[in-house]
Design a protein around this ligand. Structure first.
Ligand SMILES: *Cc1c(COP(=O)(O)O)cnc(C)c1O
Length: 385
């Protein structure tokens, strides 16, 4: 038997109480029972997004909500500014192009955060831009972009700030209303500790006005129709009932922990992971603006990352992520988002140490683990708490 550990930045591990909750017999969705469940989940989602707006729930992966954000606010021929610093920034670009929207692309080197100045310049050059599209946390490069500063640029303009928060919401601060985020998007299989299949988004008043004005064909992702139904605590089409049951349990667990504690836990796990990598003499992919969701680490020259990951997964039972596109085989990404604790970090680092040794590297066994333990000891609740 090989005991398995899922330590990838999506999908992430699901807590046992959530798995149990999702295995309950189905209830029909056009019933008072489901509407009561849905209403509770909606209220908890407002708490999570830190917004007074309705958070819409779609049966889709996260990309569905990204597409809905674009198709409901951008007409063909509109111009948008896309921050493209990784695979998911590129996805904003491709979705926009698919809907006939002109893209001003702000290319950012993988591993770097976008500079606020670059966004300011783009907005000056394109004052008519319909939206700025960005990731809060760019999972492919493990970078955190400066969303709060960028929101100061779009706040009192006609330009919408559309944020992919798929590995940020529930992992780090993204207070939608306080930061004047116009559309905030997330998905179920990252910080929300659920299987894939739910996408979420909330829109500001400014964004809703634009939804009415947008000339773009929409059907399944017509947010006007979805809003109308979800105000009545139901959905336009059949909801993913079991996932919404699980979501209820997840949000209960999250409220029990509290947002501040959730963010502090993610920050601590991320900081221990980074310190461990440095102690192993491995370079960080995003040293200047690291995401609390996952940590990208450069592998030593001469190590075939794809083979290393396969060995870790199939030989050791530990699944961590690799790099995409030009980073394929060159980096690993260790996840600490969602249902993650100190011993997930220890497991990931220990596995990496052992696998690198197997692959002929002169890594001192325990060097990373030791450093991670030191950081975790400093930050973990003291005895008696
Ligand atoms: C995972 C992820 C997505 C894509 O979500 P899917 O659920 O695969 O559609 C988009 N953006 C970010 C930042 C992600 O981490």
């Amino acid at each position: 038997m090989l005991k398995r550990y899922l330590l990838t930045p999506g999908p992430t591990a699901v807590p046992p109480e959530v798995l149990l909750r999702m295995s309950q017999p189905l209830i029909h969705h056009r019933t008072p029972e489901f509407e009561a469940l849905f209403a509770q989940v909606q209220e908890k989602l407002q708490w999570l997004f830190q917004t007074k707006q309705n958070v819409l729930i779609l049966a889709a992966s996260g990309t569905g909500a990204m597409e809905a954000a674009v198709s409901n606010t951008c007409s063909p021929g509109d111009t948008v500014i896309v921050v493209n610093g990784g695979k998911f920034g590129e996805r904003w670009l491709k979705i926009s192009q698919a809907f006939g929207v002109k893209v001003v692309e702000l290319k950012v080197e993988w591993g770097q955060a976008v500079s606020v100045d670059a966004v300011a310049h783009a907005l000056k050059a394109h004052p008519d831009a319909r939206a700025v599209l960005i990731q809060a946390s760019e999972t492919s490069t493990t970078v955190l972009h400066p969303v709060e500063q960028i929101s100061a640029l779009t706040r009192n303009t006609n330009t919408l700030l559309i944020v992919d928060g798929i590995t940020a919401v529930g992992a780090t601060v993204t207070p939608m209303d306080r930061w004047s985020i116009d559309i905030l998007v997330t998905g179920s299989q990252k910080a929300l500790m659920l299987p894939p299949g739910l996408a979420f988004l909330a829109l500001s008043d400014k964004a809703w006005k634009q939804v009415e004005a947008t000339k773009q064909p929409r059907y399944y992702f017509d947010l006007r129709r979805e809003y109308k139904e979800q105000q009545k605590h139901t959905t336009a089409y059949t909801p993913a009932i079991s996932l919404i049951n699980g979501l209820h349990e997840v949000l209960r667990l999250m409220q029990e922990e509290g947002l501040e504690h959730i963010f502090a836990r993610h920050a601590l796990l991320a900081s221990a992971t980074r310190a461990a990598a440095r102690a192993m003499s491995l370079k960080l992919l995003a040293p200047d603006a690291p995401s609390p969701a996952a940590t990208g680490v450069w592998l030593p020259d001469g190590v075939d990352g794809s083979r290393l990951l396969k060995y870790m997964r199939d030989g050791m039972g530990v699944d961590i992520a690799g790099g995409q596109d030009h980073l394929k085989g060159k980096i690993v990404r260790i996840s600490h988002i969602g249902y993650a604790g100190p011993f997930d970090v220890i497991t990931a680092i220990s596995t990496l140490e052992m696998a690198l040794r197997r692959f002929g590297q002169q890594i001192e066994l325990g060097s990373g683990v030791r450093r991670a333990e030191e950081i975790l000891l400093e930050g973990w609740p003291p005895v008696g708490q």
